[in-house]
Structure formats: C-alpha cells, structure tokens
Design a protein. Structure first.
Length: 310
C-alpha cells in the first residue's frame, strides 16, 4: 500500500510580513505529500509574528512556530534543524518570500527514491523572479560539479531547493557549530551539502526548477541585486572570511572521519596543511578536485589559496 511521504519544511523568518502568506500557502498546497511547517522567527521587528499566528489559526496542526533572538539566517536554520521531529520522512528548507510550484516536494522525493544510499539530498535550480513574482529567467547550473571539492570551493545551489532524508538531517545535527564565530560560520545549506559530499551521500542535482525565487533589494543574498552588490559579495567571499574553508574542512574531518572516503581525506589533508609552505599552496591551487564549474569561482579559490585566505 502506498504511503504518502511526510515532509517537515523548515522556514526562518525575518521581517517578511509582505510575502509570508503567499509562500506558506504555496508550501501547504504541495501535491502528493503530507506537508507541515516548522517556523522560527529570527527576531522580526515588523508584523511577521502576527502573520504567522494568523496562519497558525487557519492551518492548525500544519504549522508550528517559535520566536528566537536575532542570530542571522545561518544559525536560525541550524537551530530549526535541531528542533525537527523524527516522525517525518523528509525535510526541506524554505525561504520566507519565494513561491513553490505544486510538485516541488513530490518531484524531489521521486528522485531520492531511486537511490539506496542512506544519506540523501536533493537540490535544483530556480526560476529568478522579481518582487511581484514575475519570472525573469531560469538560473543555469548546467556546469555544476557535483563533488566534495566543488562544495568546499563554492556553494552554488540554493538551500531553498533542498529536500533531504532523516540520515542527512542527523549528520547535519551531529556537526557542532555552537563555538564557530559568525564570520567563520558556513551557511546552513552549504554545510549540509558539503557534509553530504564528504561522506559520499547521494546528492541529486535537478536541472529543472520548481520554485520562483523572489529577488528583492533588501534580500540577504546578493544574486540579482546589482553589479555593485555582486562585486562586494565576491570581495567578501575572497578576503573577509579568512580560512573559513580550511576550518570547515578540519571540523568535518574531526566529526566524520570514519565515514569520509580516502580520496576526500587526502583533499582535506592538503587543505589543512596548505599554509605551511609555498609548495603546498601551489599543490592545492592546482588540485582539480576544487573545480566548482565556474571560471570566476575557480580563479577566486586559487587566489584565496595563494594569499593564505582559504
């Protein structure tokens, strides 16, 4: 007998009062799944909490929520992951201002069902839309490199597309991020992707898009918000967060060493030791395992390695 998959969607909100109703309804209207929302408000100063409370009254047990201090979206999503329920088969991240097409979750779960791997993660491209959800273009990820080294080099896929199983959630929650300074903190989606790749989990990357990703001038992420903001974001990626990738690689090794393949262990060793000599920097800069599929991204990775910022 067919069992309808139960999915818990994790959403962090912050001053999103204008978009929450439309996004929540698009999530709860997903086809062929039993979907529930767990919402954490990250210290909103607008009417977001009142909007969430009204949605809770309308949808009852379909929505659970709690209020937290403003810690930023990275730690907010990771806090949500700690508060999930084992009663669900799959989990997903959601932004507060996107719009999900009706078969987003169903399509993801069908792709994951084809794998027997115990650790499963689905991600896809997105349709970029304006503030009124008018589609602008589908993001091209055809040159995405699906590997551990690529994830360490640059995270290219949006967490709002992620769907993952219980085992992937457990390994995410096993990672201790509590003592990592904000400036060294990986994003929740980048952390999950990188860990899944490190332990040779099944990562399916879909070239199709099942959500409209709304771009606003005040969005936390930078893509689509102007060339100056993009340049500033690239500068931060290169030089603001010194040694964030090598710190992450080291922590992943300490946490999951028995699950990491010899090839990935070798790469981690090169990353941890790259700053000991010029020859080791050169060796790592030439390592093709760090290819993320983007020429600019690969160039920035090489520059960060050679300047000791990786």
């Amino acid at each position: 007998m067919y069992k309808v998959p139960k999915v818990q969607v994790l959403m962090s909100t912050y001053n999103g009062e204008n978009y929450l109703i439309q996004q929540v309804e698009s999530i709860l209207n997903q086809k062929n799944v039993d979907v529930h929302l767990l919402i954490r408000d990250d210290g909103s100063t607008d009417d977001s909490i009142n909007v969430i409370q009204k949605l809770k009254k309308t949808y009852n047990t379909k929505i659970e929520y709690y209020k937290g201090k403003n810690v930023g979206y990275k730690k907010s999503f990771l806090d949500l992951a700690k508060k999930t329920s084992e009663n669900f088969d799959f989990f997903a991240f959601a932004d507060q201002d996107d719009y999900w097409l009706p078969k987003k979750l169903d399509s993801a779960i069908n792709h994951l069902a084809s794998s027997s791997n115990s650790v499963q993660l689905y991600a896809s491209t997105v349709i970029i839309a304006d503030e009124k959800l008018k589609p602008l273009y589908k993001k091209d990820i055809s040159n995405f490199v699906n590997s551990f080294g690529s994830s360490l080099s640059r995270i290219r896929l949006a967490g709002c597309t992620y769907v993952f199983n219980k085992k992937a959630l457990r390994i995410l929650n096993k990672f201790d991020w509590s003592h990592i300074p904000n400036k060294k903190m990986p994003s929740h989606d980048g952390l999950l992707m990188t860990i899944c790749q490190a332990v040779n989990g099944y990562v399916y990357v879909d070239q199709e898009a099942y959500l409209l990703h709304r771009r606003r001038t005040e969005s936390v992420t930078s893509g689509g918000n102007g060339i100056l903001r993009r340049i500033n974001n690239e500068r931060k990626l290169m030089f603001l967060y010194k040694n964030d990738r090598s710190i992450l690689a080291s922590r992943i090794y300490d946490t999951f060493k028995t699950q990491i393949s010899p090839l990935n262990k070798k790469l981690i060793s090169e990353i941890i030791n790259y700053n000991k000599s010029l020859s080791q920097r050169l060796r790592l800069a030439k390592n093709k395992q760090l290819d993320c599929g983007l020429k600019l991204g690969n160039l920035e990775t090489k520059i960060r390695i050679m300047t000791g910022y990786f």
